[in-house]
Design a protein around this ligand. Structure first.
Ligand code: AMP
Ligand code: ZN
Length: 479
């Protein structure tokens, strides 16, 4: 299996430290608000990676943290504490909103068929581990205390910018929001391991530490939680591209300073989902959530399909027409699968060959679009329907698009062709009518009622009467 590694900047053969076992870590959400569908693009692609590793035969242990303290609005340790900002917005305590948005996050994950990680660890449960690691870094002279805060000294690390490949002069601390320099730092790129000099007098969550009452920095949380559960050697670390700097860069610096050894071999980063105006952000007022797209009538799995159609290392632009297209293609695929009969013998050689083809393409830097093509190839093959269903079902463990179970349910809901009294109409006319009906449904979803009415008029002119039912739109062609 091959995967692009941000650390080496090339597609590498994946070889875990221990044969047959993979230790995987994922930066979890900052639970001050709902996740937007951009965040969830990262988690969908990481889910595919995890399931692919299992499908390939690895025994995977995946750990995810929950950031419920210490993440400031700039990744470079400036700005307001995101959790506190969320709590103020909703007039609740930090722990109340953490609990609420953690549950909301996993509820979105369930809707998108994202597997719950083996271990999920909130940062507020690991304060002792953070203190132990910060003390270790101070003992080794990799950290210093200034104005009450404990900082990591990046000048003590030889190749601090290994992950970004940048030269130090090119980068400022922090990539989001405005950056104001912290004058207590020895070097521009130093970062806070433990805050005591809180700028926020109303900081809710504080703990005793050898350096005074305070709270951990965001970066130390991931290193310490990862080591707590996976030991000092990690195989693969995941996140969105915005995490490369400074978050993952700082994780590497402090983890390797702490152990004195190389920490993580593979770094997997998912590129951003953007809307038509630019990068998605939770701070941008109304933002796109799973509930929002559901309320507009979309199936969350159609969004997963939309993500899988493109490569994780390319930015992806979200628009409703693009999601319509994905949902239409997905439903068409389900209809084709629903038409397979659960009959005949299973051709095991065919199933194995299909899995091999799937492993070949998806194992080549997670080419999920070609993984979907494997499903179309299976549908075209000259084997029993039962063999096709078996192959699709096995591969769908990785894609998680409900291809077999979803198809059954879908065929029960969708208007059945056999029930259409005029199933024998000219195929060309039939496809034209159905395309117009689909376009009308999309126009209605977009609240473009003028266009929807136009389409109805066009159909009437063609001699087609349509009827909107709870199950969808049916039609009759007047003779
Ligand atoms: P956060 O909750 O802000 O800590 O982000 C959770 C995850 O979503 C991180 O791995 C981010 O790198 C990732 N992420 C943030 N914005 C986007 C986006 N627009 N597209 C894809 N992933 C994103
Ligand atoms: Zn992290």
């Amino acid at each position: 299996m091959k995967i692009y590694n941000t650390l080496t900047k090339k597609v590498d053969e994946f070889v875990p430290n221990e044969e047959g076992k993979v230790k995987m870590y994922t930066c979890g959400p900052t639970v001050y608000h709902f996740a937007h569908i951009g965040n969830l693009r990262s988690y969908i692609m990481e889910d595919v990676l995890e399931k692919f590793l299992r499908f390939y035969g690895y025994d995977v242990t995946r750990v995810m943290n929950i950031t419920d303290v210490g993440h400031l609005s700039s990744d470079g340790d400036t700005g307001e504490d995101k959790m506190l900002k969320g709590a103020k917005r909703e007039k609740k305590t930090v722990l109340e909103i953490a609990e609420f948005y953690k549950d909301a996050f996993f509820s979105d994950c369930r809707k998108l068929n994202i597997k719950y990680p083996d271990i999920v660890e909130p940062a507020t449960h690991c304060i002792d581990s953070f203190i132990e690691m910060v003390q270790g870094l101070l003992d080794k002279d990799y950290a210093y205390i200034a104005d009450g805060n404990v900082y990591f000294d990046t000048s003590r690390v030889e190749n601090y910018y290994a992950l970004t490949g940048h030269n130090p002069e090119e980068l400022m601390v922090g990539v989001r929001d405005d950056v104001t320099e912290d004058t207590s730092k020895k070097n521009k790129s130093d970062f806070v391991l433990w805050f005591t000099k809180s700028k926020f007098d109303d900081q809710e969550l504080k703990w005793n530490s050898p350096w005074g009452v305070g709270y951990p920095g965001w970066h130390i949380e991931c290193s310490a939680i990862c080591m707590k559960h996976l030991g000092t050697k990690l195989d693969i670390h995941c996140g969105g591209v915005d995490n490369i700097f400074p978050h993952h860069t700082n994780e590497i610096a402090q983890s390797e300073a702490y152990t004195g050894e190389k920490w993580c071999n593979y770094w997997f980063h998912v590129h951003h989902l953007n809307d038509e105006t630019g990068k998605m952000s939770k701070s941008k007022g109304d933002f796109l959530t799973v509930s929002l797209i559901e309320s507009k009538g979309y199936n969350p799995i159609a969004y997963r399909f939309f993500c899988l159609q493109s490569h994780y290392r390319k930015p992806l632009v979200f628009s409703y027409p693009a999601l319509d297209q994905a949902q239409a293609t997905y439903e068409k695929l389900l209809r084709r699968i629903a038409s397979l009969k659960d009959e005949g013998e299973i051709d095991t050689a065919f199933v194995e060959e299909s899995k091999k083809q799937f492993i070949q393409v998806v194992g080549s830097d997670l080419n999920t679009a070609l993984g979907i093509t494997t499903i179309y190839n299976i549908l075209k093959a000259k084997v029993s329907d039962k063999s096709k269903l078996e192959a699709i079902n096995q591969i769908d463990y990785v894609l998680s698009l409900n291809l077999v179970e979803g198809a059954k349910a879908f065929s029960q809901q969708a208007p059945k062709e056999a029930e259409n009294p005029q199933a024998d109409i000219d195929p060309e006319l039939k496809s034209k009518i159905e395309a117009l009906i689909e376009e009308r449904a999309n126009a209605k979803k977009e609240k473009n009622f003028a266009r929807a009415d136009e389409i109805r008029a066009q159909l009437t002119e063609m001699g087609v009467t349509i009827k909107d039912t709870r199950e969808g739109t049916t039609y009759t062609v007047n003779q």
